[in-house]
Write a protein that binds this ligand. Structure first.
Ligand code: ADP
Ligand code: SF4
Length: 692
């Protein structure tokens, strides 16, 4: 569609010797696949190219065995044997007309070399940059620096041969040896590579020049640089040394890819950062260099994108998470299908999966990481023969996703929900402090359904087993959700507890506003769930004027938010509100609290309890329908089957719809990336010498 106000986003842009077909730039990001799962990674990136991202970049690619970052699943380009994989990657990206970029990297003091067993290297002899890992880096001498430069150059050469259009030099996120040489915190050298900014910048400049040399005027060289480290004491500032670096190297790279460091700053969750949150730090770069600039900030609004380009704040709209949530975001804008964009909700479930070293999942996009494994496509509906009628009970994330998937496959769907609003938990949770973006999960699916003549939605329609049977649909899917328990069962305690006279509220009560009843008093929020819920419940109760104490049996506050990167901000926020944080304390019968370390009793005076523990599936309807008159095809999806996070509910709804469309067949084992080792006669299978 031309002649639209978004045309500017589809202008080609020159990056040194290459030209990007448009301004949509899928920046390097963790996929959780890495070099051990290349087919999945290639399909994931190929999908973005198909969806219209004019440039698609490959994540951190280790250059040599001493840059081994396992257990994090990174890419590798250690020697020529890695080349084939990269050539296939390039092909998958370029066959759609996109540019292929590769982030060549050495993790320096963030490498661990667990699998390679060689010492970690860095500018100084200091502990590695993960305080919980008891290793130190070896200070690099002149020979080490020369070896590193040679390895980087060789990796760039291999990337060039694989066909990449853009070769990255990576100095960002505190995850690169070049950042470690740049930073006064880690560079304690007194030679030509330490001391003054010029000296600390020397290695970065040399590596840039080496890479430009390899690029030889027909590949572009990008510099990925974190201009500011807002949360690090003594870290780079965008109006200090961060800017000095950009000024010093301004015209050297063909492209500046700029962001914030570390990763928690760069991938801030929606709870703590709005769309465009990086711009105040990064938008000065355009005024310093004539080279094109790509920046990120969870951009999903086409109007903001246009504004950024028109006001010359960025040349490229960079995206990691928005390109995960919707690989087809550019093509939807191009085709005027703005309302079809699956907007990232900024929950960082994708990040948490990478933290566990497994392929990423996404709350909004259930097909991510399934492109190769199960041939799932985010836009093409599953193929099904015939047209049937389906009843879905529950319009939460599982029910809506199930219904939309059935509807897009050309089937007739009716959704019934007892609530006055659709969205289930997403609607209810979106009213809690900081979680407004959760509503996007509902909104995207709801407007797809409401637009279709094949879908009906009935609210305020509690369904009984008689109603279900009378409806007479070909298939029935129960997506009736779960409710929070008030009996003390949680992640660390599986038996119910008697709380005596103490008033107990659950998150459901708080979402219903019951904490606002009565005069302000003290609440103990007990977190035996360990994700975000207890912290937002604490905020909500505090906002209604109550005194709040946060207590958890685990040693950490909101433990799982460590994997979504917002744990430090949660701690900061609760502390700023004056909410005491009490870890290592267990709740028992009669509301007695015990310190787990020494068994001592802990008291909080008079209080009401806000209990955030486990949830009970709402499965009574399923039990009623399990009799002989049961519908011929009865399914369950989401929290009513196994309570989890919103992402698991969406995935469950999606998988259930695919199963329904496949006539109820249980899915087989998906494809796996396996090394083919023969039992004998394969030189790869070596026997140990037998002792004589
Ligand atoms: P999930 O996360 O699995 O999608 P939710 O709790 O978000 O689950 O949504 C479940 C929805 O199901 C809620 O909106 C609830 O009102 C609805 N629901 C539960 N039981 C019934 C029922 N018997 N009839 C109609 N709607 C129901
Ligand atoms: Fe966005 Fe959440 Fe999906 Fe990550 S998992 S891309 S943060 S919606």
């Amino acid at each position: 569609m031309t002649g639209s106000r978004y045309d500017i986003l589809f202008e080609p842009v020159t990056i040194g010797p290459v030209t990007a077909p448009n301004r949509f730039y899928a920046v390097p990001h963790a996929t959780g696949h890495g070099w051990t799962q290349p087919a999945g990674a290639i399909a994931l990136r190929g999908m973005k190219a198909e969806g219209g991202w004019g440039t698609v970049a490959v994540q951190i690619t280790e250059i040599a065995p001493d840059s081994d970052m396992a257990n994090h699943p990174m890419e590798r380009i250690w020697d020529d044997s890695d080349g084939l994989r990269h050539a296939a990657q390039v092909e998958a990206i370029k066959c759609h007309g996109s540019l292929a970029a590769i982030e060549i990297a050495h993790g320096g003091m963030r490498a661990r070399n667990f699998t390679t067993g060689v010492p970690v290297k860095g500018p100084a002899s200091l502990p590695v940059l993960r305080p919980e890992i008891p290793l130190q880096a070896r200070a690099m001498d002149g020979a080490d620096i020369r070896a590193f430069r040679a390895a980087h150059r060789a990796a760039a050469q291999r990337a060039r041969e694989a066909g990449y259009d853009i070769l990255y030099v990576y100095a960002a996120h505190d995850l690169s040896i070049l950042s470690h040489f740049l930073s006064v915190r880690t560079n304690q050298r007194s030679d030509a590579y330490g001391g003054s900014l010029d000296n600390r910048l020397r290695l970065l400049r040399e590596v840039l020049e080496d890479t430009l040399d390899v690029a030889a005027g027909d590949r572009a060289v990008a510099l990925r640089f974190s201009v500011a480290e807002p949360s690090k004491p003594g870290g780079l500032r965008h109006d200090g040394e961060g800017r000095d670096v950009v000024e010093a190297l301004a015209e050297l790279p063909d492209l500046w890819d700029v962001n914030l460091s570390g990763w928690p700053e760069d991938s801030a969750t929606a709870r703590f950062a709005e769309e465009g949150f990086q711009l105040p730090f990064t938008d000065f770069v355009k005024s310093v260099t004539s080279r094109p600039v790509v920046g990120v900030g969870r951009f999903t609004s086409p109007d903001l994108m246009v504004d950024l380009v028109r006001k010359r704040r960025l040349d490229f709209i960079g995206a990691a998470r928005p390109s995960i949530a919707d690989p087809f975001l550019p093509s939807k804008i191009r085709n005027g299908r703005i309302e079809d964009i699956r907007e990232c909700i900024g929950c960082n479930v994708c990040v948490s999966m990478d933290s566990y070293g497994v392929p990423i999942r996404c709350t909004q996009n259930p097909t991510i990481s399934e492109e190769w494994r199960q041939d799932w496509h985010p836009e093409a509906p599953p193929v099904s023969v015939g047209r049937r009628s389906h009843l879905v009970i529950g319009a939460g994330p599982a029910g809506l996703e199930c219904a939309v998937t059935l509807m897009r496959a050309g089937h007739k769907v009716t959704v019934a929900d007892s609530a006055t609003e659709a969205g289930g938990r997403t609607t209810r949770e979106a009213r809690l402090p900081g979680l407004a973006s959760w509503a996007r999960v509902r909104d995207f699916r709801l407007q797809q359904l409401l637009r279709s003549s094949d879908a009906d939605l009935f609210l305020q329609s509690p369904m009984s087993s008689e109603d279900v049977l009378a409806f007479g649909a070909d298939t029935v899917t129960l997506a009736t959700g779960a409710k929070w328990r008030r009996d003390g069962v949680g992640s660390t305690r599986f038996d119910a507890v008697d709380f005596g006279e103490t008033a107990v509220l659950t998150p459901d009560d708080v979402m219903d506003g019951r904490h606002q009843d009565g005069i302000p008093s003290k609440y103990v929020v007990y977190d035996d769930d360990h994700f975000y819920m207890a912290s937002v419940v604490a905020e909500a109760i505090h906002a209604s004027g109550h005194e709040v104490v946060y207590v958890t049996p685990l040693p950490e506050i909101a433990t799982w938010t460590g994997t979504t990167l917002d744990q430090p901000r949660i701690i900061e926020r609760l502390t700023a509100l004056g909410i005491p944080l009490v870890p290592n304390v267990t709740l028992g019968a009669n509301c007695r609290f015990t310190r787990t370390l020494d068994g001592e009793r802990v008291t909080f005076g008079a209080f009401a309890l806000a209990l955030v523990g486990a949830r009970s599936p709402r499965d009574s309807l399923h039990a009623e329908l399990a009799g002989p008159d049961r519908p011929k095809e009865l399914y369950r999806a989401g929290d009513c089957l196994a309570p989890g996070i919103i992402q698991t509910a969406v995935l469950s709804g999606h998988s259930t719809a695919r199963r329904i469309l496949d006539s109820g067949k249980r899915p087989g084992i998906p494809r796996r990336e396996q090394v083919d080792v023969k039992r004998s006669g394969d030189p790869a299978v070596r026997r140990l010498p037998t002792a004589s």
